[in-house]
Ligand binder design. Structure first.
Ligand code: GLV
Length: 326
């Protein structure tokens, strides 16, 4: 019997490949070659499904070359690599991997906030370079996290997780801004108050960005927004590259217009704006907010479950454009 043919675009857990092989004829990428868009299109020509990891662009150009494609399953909660309108027009289902990464990613957001506010990377570099010769009263004095004001832009599941950590664990006052205001019950649970973006930027000691990327959220933080922030504030981006204007941020950090930034995502990553690499008051990590092995395995299994659920049983778990199912 001919089994459905699928492509797994990047190297993933061998046990997940084995699960997929129980149902499909799988072309995988154990060498983790970074295939070009043209190569992916070529490989998808005879496939009905693709397992993507968030970096592979699926748009009208790709879809035009893949007449049999029915589903793209992303192993990521964010799906800005998908042109969902083009996929819907081509009647291709998109799925993402929400929920399973929420707490792990919120942990990381808080870790990056702590590392940034308390200057952990900067002081470690100083120590490793052999510059630590004596104690001094203001050496690497940073900003307090406990009892300060935490401003969260993007109050989805991960934003709420960060709010709970801040309010319940660190006694922070939590303010948030979101496309829509949350239910009073959720606000109560997170001890978070809704404010305008402008008020948040003006009042928060620590601003954390957790908004999904779209044309509307491009450069949510640029020069004008940075100018509103306190000179003592920290900015954390665990959302997506492009949510922050990285050139404007590097300039603000160089000029000490804000105190520090913690960045896990970058415009044009894996490239990083060269000016960010030369400022000391920034903590830089390579897009690892969801990176614990149990969580990455759960994300990969959810993407696999979507492929199996849809192609074998007609029931995907986390569809993004369910209108194509009807
Ligand atoms: C990671 O960035 C994700 O969207 O899951």
């Amino acid at each position: 019997m001919n089994r459905p043919r699928i492509l797994v675009a990047r190297a993933i857990f061998p046990e997940v490949i084995e699960r997929l092989q129980q149902h499909f004829d799988v072309e995988s990428n154990p060498e983790d070659v970074l295939w070009s868009k043209t190569q992916i299109t070529e490989k998808l020509r005879d496939k009905v499904g693709v397992f993507t990891t968030g970096g592979e662009r699926i748009d009208a150009e790709v879809l035009a070359g893949c007449p049999h494609l029915k589903i793209c399953a992303n192993m990521a909660v964010g799906y800005n690599n998908f042109d969902l309108d083009a996929m819907t027009a081509a009647r291709v289902l998109g799925t993402n991997a929400p929920d399973v990464l929420t707490e792990t990613t919120a942990d990381f957001g808080f870790a990056l906030l702590m590392a940034t506010a308390r200057r952990i990377s900067e002081s470690e570099h100083f120590l490793r370079a052999g510059h630590w010769t004596r104690w001094s009263y203001d050496m690497f004095a940073g900003a307090d996290v406990h009892g300060s004001t935490l401003g969260i832009i993007g109050m989805g599941r991960i934003g709420q997780g960060i709010a709970r950590r801040g309010a319940l664990g660190f006694g922070m006052k939590v303010v948030y801004h979101n496309r829509s205001r949350l239910d009073a019950a959720i606000e109560g649970e997170c001890k978070a108050s809704y404010v305008s973006k402008e008020e948040l930027l003006k009042t928060a000691d620590h601003v954390v960005l957790v908004v999904p990327y779209s044309a509307a959220s491009h450069h949510t933080i640029g020069a004008a927004e940075l100018a509103l922030m306190k000179s003592t504030a920290t900015l954390i981006n665990i959302a997506r590259g492009g949510i922050v204007d990285d050139a404007a941020l590097a300039k603000a950090l160089h000029e000490k217009r804000i105190a520090a930034a913690g960045l896990d995502v970058f415009e044009g990553e894996p490239k990083v704006h060269p000016d960010l690499l030369t400022v000391p008051n920034v903590v830089l990590t390579p897009h690892i907010a969801s990176a614990t092995l149990p969580t990455r395995l759960a994300m990969a299994n959810l993407a696999a479950d979507n492929l199996i659920g849809f192609l074998v049983n007609g029931k995907p778990l986390t569809p993004l454009n369910p209108e194509v199912l009807g």
